[in-house]
Design a binder for this molecule. Structure first.
Ligand SMILES: [Zn+2]
Length: 142
């Protein structure tokens, strides 16, 4: 099975902490100091209370479960075509947020809703010496 050749992420001022954290092997989320919401995707403001001054970045456990998924049989996009079939999934993290990702290191036929998964990271080659990585998920033993 060929792995997806993920395109390099574009790091904005809102997302840089997320991509850099992934490059260190950490799934970084944001927690609002005003209302305690834990959010993903990274933003400049809390998606619930819209306060921006008190967002804390923290490393999540990397554990979650499959909320929903689909097996992608065809994709002509560069880097993805050779990897078909692969599993696109929404994973609900232990901390609450749900993110769109891929499930790797297993046969697509074994993926189920509610399956426990754990984050892994695909490092990105960059010519500016920064290290970014793409979070992916694989089946967990627990
Ligand atoms: Zn808030």
């Amino acid at each position: 099975m060929t792995e997806i050749d993920h395109p390099s992420p574009h790091a904005s001022w809102e997302t840089r902490g997320y991509w850099e954290g992934a490059g260190r092997g950490a799934l970084v989320l944001q927690k609002c100091g005003n209302c305690s919401l834990v959010q993903h995707r990274p933003r400049g403001v809390c998606a619930h209370c819209l306060k921006s001054a008190d967002l804390e970045h923290f490393p999540a456990s990397g554990r979650g479960e499959v909320y929903s998924y689909t097996v992608t049989e065809q994709n002509q996009a560069k880097g993805f075509a050779e990897a078909c079939p692969y599993v696109m999934a929404y994973v609900t993290l232990e901390e609450g947020p749900r993110l769109l990702t891929v499930i790797v290191d297993c046969d697509p036929d074994v993926v189920t809703i509610g399956m426990p998964v754990v984050a892994g990271f695909v490092n990105q080659e960059r010519d500016d010496r920064e290290v970014f990585a793409i979070p992916v998920f694989r089946p967990s033993a627990t």
